[in-house]
Design a binder for this molecule. Structure first.
Ligand SMILES: *Cc1c(COP(=O)(O)O)cnc(C)c1O
Length: 387
């Protein structure tokens, strides 16, 4: 079976993890801050806070902004459930902004309209979480302008997008956002097995991210409220969590970061071949916006279903899987999940995300995908779609 995504682990990665196993610290040692330095340097950003997943990173990002009961958070319906669940963890209200059918990202026209209405009804969001779907950055300049006008915070869910850039700057640079979140799950661009990070140029947010990562406990006298009673003393000043990344994971991350540009370059080569060789088939290859350099976490095709009436989306899926190609679908629109339906969302609420869902297929793309495997995938698509 050819998966849709897979990690690339080399001997250096294995050695890095084993070295930590032989060292004094398996967690709370030197590897985590070193990994954070790696991320800061790569993204050219002031602060990086590593945690145990992107889901945790989103949660602490919202907490660092004091998001709680009564606050409103908006994200894209075309994302993994974690992007919106994080808002629910905080007790906030969640809503969605429909997507642009070309980029699959949050539509900035729809966002502008929704903000205009929300301003009238006094229901403006405190935070907006744009998701860089497939690794292609959202239109951050427009989102940033709107954030200035309507006074909301921006958290980029860049779980797909480390290694990509926007307008000449690395994603994670936070030039147009308050916080950027990465995921290091094995299918993503670089991996720490499980893991995530939150990046920011805001010192206050960085301090609070670290606080919420580790029980709300601080050893920083500046954050304490009472007298320091002795060298053992620490204070819990917030209700935080244990969202720490281990040194084993951080060591793997450091090792992986040394190959990130190679990973992304390979992904581009695979994408370009798909672009060239799928061109004549009844499907749409992914559009790339002008200012974007995608990390190509995913390569999503849209089937032109009116050209292939003898087939259905489901049938194409099944036929590809029969041929050993584990295609996937990113994503089932979040608002159509039973849990979200029980909150009052309905099919039809975000028609562009739903229409995308009825046509999209994620083809395999990852650094270790061989030329021969890609040939097999392209041939299979030709056989299935040409009648
Ligand atoms: C993978 C992913 C997440 C969650 O990442 P974890 O590290 O598994 O918690 C969140 N948002 C998006 C868009 C993702 O793809």
């Amino acid at each position: 079976m050819i998966p849709y995504g897979q990690q690339d682990i080399q001997e250096d990665d294995i050695k890095a993890v084993i070295d930590v196993l032989r060292s004094d610290y398996l967690t709370q040692g030197p590897a985590v801050p070193k990994f954070e330095d790696c991320l800061k340097q790569y993204c050219d950003v002031e602060h990086a806070v590593a945690v145990n997943s992107a889901t945790s990173a989103l949660h602490v990002a919202l907490l660092s902004m004091n998001v709680g009961q009564g606050d409103i958070v908006w994200t894209s319906p075309n994302t993994f459930v974690a992007s919106s669940n994080a808002a629910l963890y905080c007790g906030a209200l969640i809503d969605f902004v429909d997507i642009n059918p070309r980029t699959f990202n949050m539509c900035t026209d729809a966002l502008a309209r929704k903000l205009e209405n929300a301003a009238i009804t006094n229901q403006l969001p405190k935070v907006i979480i744009p998701v860089h779907l497939t690794g292609q950055p959202c239109d951050m300049k427009i989102i940033h302008e709107l954030s200035q006008k309507y006074k909301f915070y921006v958290i980029e869910d860049a779980s797909h997008a480390i290694g990509g850039s926007y307008s000449g700057k690395k994603i994670g640079n936070c030039a147009y956002s308050d916080i950027t979140v990465f995921s290091f799950h094995p299918v993503k661009i670089v991996t720490t097995a499980e893991g995530g990070a939150a990046l920011t140029n805001n010192h206050e947010f960085a301090m609070r991210l670290k606080l919420f990562r580790s029980h709300g406990i601080t050893r920083d006298p500046k954050l304490m409220r009472q007298q320091i009673e002795g060298p053992w003393y620490y204070e819990q000043v917030e209700l935080g969590y244990n969202y720490r990344m281990t040194d084993l994971q951080a060591a793997l991350g450091i090792s992986q970061m040394s190959r990130i540009d190679t990973f992304v370059r390979k992904r581009h080569i695979i994408a370009q071949r798909y672009n060239r060789e799928l061109d004549k088939l009844p499907l749409t290859c992914p559009y790339q916006a002008l200012e974007s350099y995608s990390a190509y976490h995913l390569y999503v095709i849209l089937l032109q279903l009116n050209e292939i009436k003898f087939l259905s989306h489901k049938k194409v899926f099944a036929l590809l899987r029969e041929k050993g190609i584990m295609v996937n679908l990113h994503y089932i629109p979040v608002h159509t999940q039973p849990y979200y339906q029980s909150m009052g969302f309905r099919w039809g609420d975000f028609p562009k995300a739903e229409s995308y869902y009825s046509e999209a297929i994620s083809l395999p793309i990852y650094p270790k995908l061989t030329n021969k495997e890609q040939t097999h995938i392209i041939k299979a698509l030709n056989e299935i779609l040409k009648k």
